[in-house]
Design a binder for this molecule. Structure first.
Ligand SMILES: [Cu+2]
Length: 110
């Protein structure tokens, strides 16, 4: 491959990667000392998606989902994101492991 072709191929790869990223639906979840806002996230089934998680509380939070095998710890004020592979229709529980009593949520894929 010539350098020019290689550059063109790399650029095409980058473009399609960013097009894919733009395609991905994004949902926002705020965690606030055991409160999940919203506690119920409705996402499209069969489609990769992203959840942006923000800890707006004063204590650490941990997004965790056993069925989806995801976990992410967030200090107060921290924000991060998780990318989920396409889900079959159904309900998938998640929780704030640092606030088990109140921090219970569900991702609904439909
Ligand atoms: Cu955990």
């Amino acid at each position: 491959m010539t350098a020019l072709r290689l550059a063109a191929a790399l650029l095409a790869g980058l473009l399609s990667a960013s097009a894919l990223a733009d395609d991905m639906p994004v949902f926002k979840l705020q965690m606030k000392d055991g409160q999940l806002i919203p506690a119920r996230l409705v996402v499209p089934a069969g489609k990769k998606f992203k959840i942006e998680v923000m800890n707006i509380g004063k204590t650490p939070a941990e997004f965790e989902s056993t069925p989806l095998r995801k976990e992410k710890v967030l200090g107060p004020g921290a924000e991060s994101f998780l990318v989920f592979q396409p889900l079959a229709p159904g309900e998938y529980k998640f929780f704030d492991e640092f606030h088990m009593k109140t921090g219970q949520g569900v991702i609904v894929a439909k």
